[in-house]
Design a protein around this ligand. Structure first.
Ligand code: 1QQ
Length: 385
């Protein structure tokens, strides 16, 4: 209380000497557990940037009900154990109101139960595997599930390339690549596209020649890849070195400029779906892209856009909550305010959809958003028309 008083007095002083930026009363601590180093950092750093940009914009406009959003970003390295450690630090030590993250679904399955047990909102901006929000009522995400995106992607790719049969490759030891594979398998069956062969690899593999040689022998029209970006890029490059020219179809893992840093133009004709496109000329997206470029001197990607929107979604919910200073109550109040939020941001119109509950268990909320299908041309994704 004394501290609050002091902040207010200091704030008044700042106002009286005429500094232009708004003066914010209290601090609302928002945790972010993201992969800031290691192979998943290509996603995690973009996410941190998106969260930072949104928080800075919100604070510059007066914060949330006069309070300042303070982002506490910690590196969970894309590893389960680290995600658990970082969640514990943010919840029990930093006493964050809520947590964004972790970057990978694989880590979310390990760490989200901690947030649910502590009754703290955990908000995934990049987790797309099945079952994430089934972990508990405090789990939210604005990342669109592979189960919602892949059927749209596959249908568009089959039509565009007149595909008759495809081969499949996926990582069988990662929750996201495995879940994406399950969705691809069901989708291909439902859409009656035969699979010539299904090959697997493990996290960290760099040589895919054995699997690709088998795929080549079955002569598919395209290759479906449920992969993270770096593996996908190496798979694409090695396919070309084996003289294979097939287009690729992928999921959320491919939504990164990293794909083209490694695969360059060899990645052309890769088809993937996302709610976000750099070409979406909606004012909110144009403003986001311009602000991101100005702040980070780099082009944003889907992960930055989803994180940016996610911070705005949380701020919108917080705007409806009168924070009491009682952390337990405030965490619950944020949880209760989130489901009703609707937002039209960089990724377009967004609302929450209650997850499907199995065996009557209490569940969280998924993203309700349409996917746009993209195709790679000249080393970047462009809308597939
Ligand atoms: C997941 C994903 C990855 C591509 C996140 C970066 O979608 O792990 O769910």
């Amino acid at each position: 209380m004394l501290l609050n008083q002091l902040v207010k007095t200091l704030s008044a002083l700042v106002v009286s000497v005429g500094i232009a930026s708004p003066v914010l009363a209290a601090e609302v601590k928002i945790g972010a557990a993201e992969a800031l180093t290691g192979p998943a950092a290509k996603y995690g750093v973009a996410i941190k940037n998106g969260l930072t940009l949104a928080a800075d914009e919100i604070n510059a406009k007066g914060g949330v009900n006069g309070d300042k959003l303070v982002l506490i970003a910690e590196d969970e390295q894309g590893k389960k154990e680290e995600a658990i450690n970082v969640f514990k630090k943010l919840i029990f030590q930093d006493k964050a109101l809520m947590i964004f993250g972790p970057t990978l679904s694989n880590s979310a399955f390990a760490a989200d139960p901690i947030a649910n047990a502590a009754k703290v909102v955990v908000f995934g901006t990049s987790n797309t595997a099945d079952g994430i929000t089934a972990m508990g009522p405090f789990t939210f995400r604005n990342s669109v599930m592979e189960a919602d995106v892949l059927p749209v992607t596959v249908r568009a790719a089959v039509k565009h390339f007149s595909l008759k049969k495809v081969a499949v490759i996926y990582g069988n030891d990662d929750a996201f690549t495995k879940s994406g594979y399950d969705v691809f398998k069901n989708t291909l069956e439902a859409q009656k596209t035969p699979v010539t062969t299904t090959e697997t690899y493990a996290k960290g593999d760099v040589d895919f020649k054995a699997q690709l040689t088998k795929i080549k022998a079955t002569n598919p029209d395209a290759i479906v890849c449920s992969c993270l970006a770096e593996e996908a890029a190496n798979i694409i490059l090695q396919t070309r070195s084996l003289g294979m020219k097939q287009p690729f179809i992928g999921g959320n893992g491919l939504n990164s400029p990293k794909l083209f840093e490694i695969a360059k133009d060899s990645g052309d004709n890769t088809v993937m779906g996302s709610p976000w496109s750099a070409e979406n000329a909606a004012p909110a997206n144009k403003a986001f892209i311009a602000a991101y470029k100005a702040k980070f001197n780099a082009d944003p990607d889907q992960f930055a856009a989803q994180a940016y929107d996610a911070m705005h979604i949380v701020a919108e919910a917080l705007g409806k909550v009168k924070l009491s200073g009682n952390l337990e109550k405030d965490r619950q109040a944020l949880r209760d305010a989130l489901p009703a939020v609707k937002w039209d941001g960089a990724t377009g119109k967004f609302s929450f959809r209650r997850a499907t509950s199995k065996d009557g268990k209490e569940v969280g909320y998924d993203a309700q958003q349409d996917a746009i299908v993209n195709i790679a041309k000249g080393g970047k994704f462009t809308l597939l028309k």
